[in-house]
Design a protein around this ligand. Structure first.
Ligand SMILES: Cc1cc2nc3c(=O)[nH]c(=O)nc-3n(C[C@H](O)[C@H](O)[C@H](O)COP(=O)(O)O)c2cc1C
Length: 375
């Protein structure tokens, strides 16, 4: 029977050995597995001969200097290790290649490679064991980030009432792309930042110290997401780029020269970001999550956390009368450079923002007919 090199293989060095991992093979959710196999140069070259469907006997013919039996055995070992597949075994990877054709290898490894993690329950036994490992690595990372030497704007705690009916807010939320140009008021900005990112409660998380609770859920209450505000047109706040210090409810100046032109560049010229009253870059402070969660699946948790915060941001903005937007399209590395973060210990995830909407505010889709005839 013909064999083919498994299509879902990623190679990397692990503890001094070169391994191939089949990221598509289902793993156990009960024990840690990575489906990685150590492989040497000869085996790699042999594997290369099975780039497409190949009869093993034809490979023996192509390698006359080798003992045919030893080559046969090596091919058998590669198949046994899951590095060569039969047509039947290859159905799933062919399906993947078809369905995920528009995305590259990185997306596949990212998603499938981090699937099927072992659930670390939060019962006393698991918790104590996990906390012991964490504490051994050093003290817990700070819950709050701050720029102690930066000039700061203390935001008012005179929050606007969020008394709109909840169903009304849900229905009125839309992505806004055009704004009136009227400045966002200080109270509007303060209200949105406070209810989206501010600590609402504190809890004693024992070994992990005191943790904050936000209006959005956050995996393990690690709350690794930080917010940086690009002030473009806010009453009473000088334009510039600020870090939102959630503990002090203050804006800490990162770059006074940050302007709408920078947003234009960073956000690929998307006008909604350029004309908004303010934009907010969400970043993840990796160590805050990684300290407790030591499995790569945590990356998924972090992305979900950013989504929760963005939704809360959109709803609070709507409730205060602002029009929110969000975009995943921005120049990651340039954003990180602008924020002064290294992209490794802290990495940019999301660009959101708000302004006074110039279109309808009742939730009716702008420039879209309500329904279309079936095609
Ligand atoms: C993760 C994410 C990324 C988005 N990226 C963009 C974007 O790059 N540009 C844009 O104009 N809208 C973007 N949007 C907004 C969507 O186009 C919008 O949510 C969708 O059209 C539905 O409209 P609604 O938000 O008004 O319900 C994004 C939304 C999400 C959730």
């Amino acid at each position: 029977m013909k064999l083919r090199r498994t299509r879902s293989l990623i190679g990397y060095w692990h503890e001094g050995e070169f391994v191939l991992e089949d990221y598509l093979t289902t793993k156990s959710s009960d024990v840690e597995e990575d489906n990685a196999v150590v492989i040497d140069e000869t085996a790699l070259l042999l594997l290369h001969r099975f780039d497409d469907w190949t009869d093993p006997e034809s490979v023996l013919d192509a390698l006359p200097d080798y003992d045919p039996e030893s080559v046969r055995e090596a091919i058998g070992a590669l198949a046994e290790a899951g590095l060569l597949h039969t047509p039947e075994q290859a159905q799933r990877e062919d399906h993947l290649a078809e369905e995920w054709a528009n995305w590259n290898e990185e997306a596949r490894f990212f998603h499938f490679g981090t699937k099927d993690a072992v659930y670390i329950g939060d019962d006393d036994e698991h918790r104590t064991a996990a906390a012991a490992v964490a504490l051994e690595s050093g003290p817990p990372p700070a819950v709050f980030k701050s720029y102690p030497d930066a000039p700061r704007v203390r935001l008012p705690r005179a929050f606007l009432p969020l008394r709109r009916d909840f169903d009304d807010v849900l229905l009125a939320r839309r992505t806004h792309r055009e704004f009136t140009g009227d400045p966002v008021t200080l109270r509007e900005l303060a209200t949105v930042l406070h209810y989206t990112f501010g600590p609402m409660y504190f809890v004693d998380a024992r070994e992990y110290g005191t943790l904050m609770m936000r209006t959005s859920p956050g995996g393990g209450a690690r709350h690794e997401i930080e917010a940086y505000v690009g002030v473009l047109n806010v009453e009473g706040v000088a334009p510039g780029l600020y870090h939102y210090n959630v503990e002090q409810h203050a804006l800490e100046l990162v770059d006074p020269d940050f302007t709408a032109q920078d947003v234009d560049r960073l956000g690929f010229g998307q006008q909604m970001a350029v004309t908004a009253g303010f934009v907010t870059f969400l970043t993840a402070l990796v160590s805050r999550a990684a300290y407790k969660y030591r499995h790569p699946r945590t990356l998924r948790m972090i992305l979900l956390d950013a989504g929760h915060l963005a939704q809360t941001f959109a709803l609070v903005s709507t409730a205060t009368g602002l029009g929110p937007f969000q975009t995943a399209a921005f120049r990651d590395s340039e954003v990180e450079a602008a924020l002064g973060i290294d992209g490794i210990s802290e990495t940019a995830l999301y660009l959101i923002g708000a302004g006074h909407p110039s279109g309808p505010v009742d939730g009716h889709p702008i420039d879209m007919s309500v329904a279309a005839a079936p095609r």
